[in-house]
Design a binder for this molecule. Sequence first.
Ligand code: 5RP
Length: 235
Amino acid sequence: MQPSSEQDRAKWAAGVGAIETYVQDGMKLGLGSGTTSHWFVRALGKAVADGLDVVGVPTSTATRDLAIEGGVPLTTLAEAVRLDLTIDGADEIDHNGAMIKGGGACLLWERIVADASERMVAVVDDSKLVPTLGAFPLPIEVIPYEWESTKRSIARLLDKLGHPAADLMLRTRDGAPVVTDSGNYLIDAHLKSIADPLAIDAQLNWIPGVVENGLFTGIADEMVVGRADGTYDVR
Ligand code: 5RP
């Protein structure tokens, strides 16, 4: 499968750039989720077919299925214990490497896999680079049990942290809640502009019922930015 749109070509360039720059024989890799990561996983499958010796831990059932289809050998964190590197996409990334993730509903497994990795590299097309996070709604994974109450607690915390008018929406598809790979729901918080991502990241997960939030601060070590002409930058 070849990228056809300009944005897909940029995503593909980021995925290929990450392999060329970082991936080496013998590595244990975290395999990200979302469309950019999927271009990376497809390119990794080709590299494996050409003799690259790596194993991967997928961050979603969709990535697991794609890796199996592409011939990328898989393992688990139970078996691998620590990974050398995770390569994963982002919905937004700022100049400090702080990200919003979870647009593809995989934030919980993504954070677990990144946390088990020595290094995390974000792969993005240049539309994901922002001066300030927050135009993209912040995904928050919550337990389905009494999620409306959890949503009210999130609103109270966001109010305290400078977002009194945050618009919180349960993510739905065809009128039903979107269910994550772990069986949870997602609340998307429309914050518009996040002045202090670290404060929100640090406090959201303390709310009972919140499982994980999509503000990934202090996680990305570097980023590969792809462009539609097939070139990429490492930053
Ligand atoms: C999924 C994610 C993705 O990495 C993020 O949504 C970016 O996706 P895409 O590469 O399709 O723009 O966090 O949970």
